[in-house]
Design a protein around this ligand. Structure first.
Ligand code: PLP
Length: 469
């Protein structure tokens, strides 16, 4: 399988090149040249595969430059760190199927992609005798999932900036109690945006970037999307084993459009009609639901909510969908993104018919989220995290008779205890691995939000390759 850029400015490359490139060098996003189709016969033959066997079948259709036995090992290792054998168990309540994506080491769905990406980086660096220094800024969740993805790996160091005292205590402890030699937590005196700005400006220093082999781990890496395609197919197979039906809907709490884009790829892969609609759920940062509802993709101010991992305006994976919407024409995609860069908005209302073939959207207010967590708990004794509650609220509004609805549960409620407490009147149960955190040894540098200081710190702690000179 060859990979191309949404902006058409680079020659086609292999899967492993695409993984190492992250963002395409022309500023676009990387996509497989075609999406392989799975016919009904193949899908039926997959009925009894385990999660990891299914992951291999799906991924190997997108990857042709890693030997099959190596790819199997990478997949098995990535999901062995999950605390249940099904990897993504489905729970059934009230005609809703809840797909729990939070059984990885940091209790949020990002583990599914980042456990795999970490192992993949390690494998490719070993193969090519390279090294990588990963640099990223986090507002909480992605940082810990990235750290757990690469902790203890031979050829990788990771530097994660978080805003000092502006992440939740659990999130801070999850990051700083990882004391492996290759993990560097930096708390900066400033906001998440300050951290993000520093990281961006360091990546723009091309000299520094190449001298220290900087790598990113953000949601635009194609391997992350690919790992997420698997659970859509997995749950289709699971539900069809228990119910006879023609089609299913998925409700997806959405921020950067990565998770739901994986659903879009699954929809294209599977026999027509297997996935009926993808239900895009946002909190009050609703640019994406405005886009689906009336074609209005325009930036507004970011408002903090109880589902912080979705407090996003410009969604970093949106360009991938835009490319399909614009008939897979890179020139039109590039022009649209340039216009969005200049004006902060796109009018996509001429494409509404096409958008609505794939998506339905809705928004949950803070009040909706609290009520949904409270009511769901009273009715089913099941505790939702605020991100999942956004999805459930929107799903309930759009449920169609006779179409099973699968709701993606993206985080464990214990990670957002305050909001959950406000909704159900008690703290959610803490999984053992989170309960222990407070007593563990931790390591973190506290620094000013100063790019020069942080660059110096990276220079003196970076992993170095064998320079030919
Ligand atoms: C990242 C995240 C999301 C949003 O996923 P996107 O791929 O950015 O749309 C939702 N819920 C949780 C808990 C997350 O960490």
């Amino acid at each position: 399988m060859q990979y191309i850029s949404t902006r058409g400015g680079i020659p086609a490359i292999s899967f492993t090149k695409a993984v190492m490139m992250g963002l395409a060098e022309d500023g676009g996003l990387l996509l497989p040249r075609t999406v392989p189709r799975i016919d009904t016969e193949t899908l039926n033959a997959w009925q009894d595969l385990s999660y990891t066997e299914l992951a291999f079948e799906i991924m190997s259709r997108f990857i042709d430059d890693i030997p099959a036995s190596d790819l199997r090992k990478l997949i098995n290792r990535s999901y062995a760190s999950f605390d249940c054998k099904e990897v993504v168990p489905l729970i059934h309540h009230d005609n809703l199927h809840i797909m729990e994506l939070f059984h990885g080491p940091t209790f949020a769905f990002k583990d599914i992609a980042l456990q795999f990406l970490g192992n993949l980086f390690e494998y490719l660096l070993e193969r090519d005798q390279g090294v990588m220094n990963i640099l990223g800024a986090t507002s909480g969740d992605t940082g810990s999932a990235a750290i757990y993805g690469v902790r203890g790996k031979e050829r990788i160091n990771i530097f994660i900036l978080h805003p000092h005292l502006r992440v939740s205590p659990i999130q801070e402890q999850q990051m700083t109690t990882v004391t492996d030699d290759n993990v560097f937590n930096i708390a900066i005196r400033g906001t998440f945006d300050d951290g993000q700005a520093i990281v961006k400006s360091i990546f723009n220093d091309i000299d520094f970037k190449s001298r220290f082999h900087l790598g990113a781990i953000n949601s635009i890496n194609w391997a992350r999307i690919l790992a997420q395609v698997v659970y859509y197919v997995h749950s289709c197979l699971h539900v069809s084993r228990h119910e006879s039906h023609k089609a299913l809907d998925f409700a997806v709490p959405t921020g950067n459009f990565g998770d739901i884009f994986a659903g879009f790829i699954a929809k294209r892969m599977l026999p027509c009609g297997t996935i009926h609609k993808l239900i895009l759920a946002t909190n009050s940062n609703d640019i994406l639901s405005r886009f689906v509802t009336n074609g209005d993709y325009s930036l507004r101010q970011v408002t903090p909510t109880s589902s912080p991992s979705m407090d996003i305006q410009a969604a970093s994976n949106f360009e991938r969908y835009l490319y399909y919407l614009l008939d897979q024409e890179p020139d039109r995609t590039r022009e649209a993104m340039e216009q969005f860069g200049k004006t902060g908005k796109l009018d996509l209302s001429p494409y509404l018919d096409q958008i609505r073939r794939d998506f339905i959207a809705g928004t949950a207010t803070e009040k909706n989220v609290l009520q949904t967590i409270g009511t769901f708990y009273q009715q089913h004794g099941y505790v939702l995290d605020p991100h999942t509650a956004v999805g459930i609220f929107v799903a309930q509004a759009h449920r169609k008779e006779g179409v099973p609805m699968i709701c993606l549960a993206t985080a464990h409620p214990a990670k957002f205890g305050e909001t959950v407490h406000a909704a159900i009147g008690r703290d959610p149960e803490l999984p053992k691995a989170l309960g222990d955190l407070a007593g563990r040894k931790s390591r973190c540098e506290l620094m000013s939000a100063d790019r020069g200081l942080i660059q110096d710190f990276i220079s003196s702690h970076a992993r170095h390759g064998q320079d030919p000179s």
